[in-house]
Write a protein that binds this ligand. Structure first.
Ligand code: NAD
Length: 260
């Protein structure tokens, strides 16, 4: 059980982050929820979580591209719930284009959201975790933190970056009861990949389901998308005592993608 602990999950209004929030809430973990929802919708989501799971919650829609916003939201969340014991850097965006035509603002946004935000949150969370001599940090990377695909310059750069950042913070914190790991999922069924499915459907003249199947099986041997909850359950395992020896690892959950 995670009763009495506080978890912060960036991007927990959708997809993997939302599923992970549900998995942790089922264990009694208090939650700092976060994501780009209008304030009133976010507050009602936080209230629903609190009522359904009998936990304490806090919501923020801070834009992770602004370091000051990250600092403010983490300070407010800590003040509201008392600490941050589990930090899950999950928020992320995608944009696909060849390097020659990759829009500079997309590059900057992907590096800021998918990579730099995790630097800022870890920098802020680590000292208090070290003082308590317990902490769990989980960075949601991707198979694209381990291998490349065409048209994903910014995404692969950010995900490879977060794998490296994970290793550094892990070894810096190894004597302080803090573990820091990256989960590297293959295809996960979330809104993030809709545009890529639509692009395959349009170029190849396929219906949505056939395009989805072709996209998934192009590189991933397991011919199905992962369920976001599976990532949440993996994160939960990493929060437990059995996982205290796992740190600095980049853990593939990719249907065999990187076994090839
Ligand atoms: P999603 O689009 O369902 O959710 C993304 C979350 O990030 C949302 O809550 C959104 O509000 C938040 N977010 C986006 N931009 C933000 C910003 N500027 N400031 C604050 N929050 C912002 O996506 P998902 O698929 O659940 O992705 C979650 C993580 O998993 C990402 O880091 C993604 O790269 C990674 N991932 C996804 C897949 C996949 O196939 N879906 C595979 C591997 C890794």
């Amino acid at each position: 059980s995670l009763e009495g602990k506080v978890g912060l999950i960036t991007g927990s209004t959708s997809g993997i982050g939302l599923a992970t929030a549900q998995v942790l809430a089922e264990q009694g973990c208090n939650l700092i929820l976060h994501g780009l929802l209008p304030e009133d919708e976010g507050q009602s989501m936080a209230a629903d979580f609190a009522a359904q799971y009998r936990i304490r919650t806090f919501f923020s829609n801070a834009d992770l591209r602004q370091p000051e916003s990250i600092h403010r939201f983490m300070a407010e969340g800590t003040k509201a719930l008392g600490s941050i014991d589990i930090l899950i850097n999950n928020a992320g965006i995608q944009h696909t284009d060849s390097v020659a035509s990759f829009p500079i603002e997309k590059w900057n946004d992907i590096i800021a959201i998918n990579l730099s935000s995790a630097f800022h949150t870890m920098q802020q969370a680590v000292p208090a975790m070290a003082q308590k001599r317990w902490g769990r940090i989980i960075n949601i990377a991707s198979v694209h933190g381990l291998v490349a695909s065409v048209n994903k310059a910014a995404y692969c750069a950010a995900k490879h970056g977060i794998v490296g950042l994970t290793k550094v913070v892990a070894i810096e914190c190894a004597e302080q009861g803090i573990t820091v790991n990256a989960i590297c999922p293959g295809w996960v069924d979330t809104p993030l990949i809709n545009k890529q499915i639509e692009a395959v459907a349009n170029t190849k003249g396929l219906d949505y389901h056939e395009a989805r199947y072709q996209l998934v099986t192009a590189k991933q041997p397991l011919p199905e998308m992962l369920d976001p909850r599976q990532i949440g359950e993996f994160a939960l395992f990493l929060c437990g005592d059995a996982a205290r020896g796992i740190t600095g690892a980049s853990l593939a959950m990719d249907g065999g993608w990187t076994a090839q």
